[in-house]
Design a protein around this ligand. Sequence first.
Ligand SMILES: [Zn+2]
Length: 176
Amino acid sequence: MRVFLDDLPSLGVSRLRATGAITAEMTSVLVEIGGASVEVGLGLVRFPNKGSWSFFLCPQCSRKGRTLRLYEGRLLCKSCLVARGVRSRCEGKSAKRRAEMRIPKLKAMLESEVSLRLKPLLWGKLERRKRLEAALQRAEYIVNRSEFKQRVKEEGDVAVHSKVSAWLRSSRSKGG
Ligand SMILES: [Zn+2]
């Protein structure tokens, strides 16, 4: 079976920052994989508003990344995975197809958000919902736009053909 990027267990730096497992001061973090500890270096980008983003330094290539994935017992960045022939599921697909693949996922996420409504709504949840709705609208827009373009193309071709053939007919009759 072909393995895709999206199927591999992933470790995201933003969640670890949010939970406090990683702080701005840390230069490395220990990650447990299959009972063994791997030390992963951390990079930091500071913003003028005193905020900052942490990055993983890929244990293989030292490139900065927000996500590392577990592949054949190693934590690797996206570049390393691509170099090993692991591709994203939607790679090589058209923008329309990618948008189509995104729609059911986004709808499912929105539905699960609705079911969380019984619990008190938090600001973060509302923000997330807005983002999900916007992403869904965008995906649907891409699909609709490309269907529209396709129709214009098909109908446009037909129109051009009929114009050309009409022109050919008229020039033929003139040339007689
Ligand atoms: Zn790497």
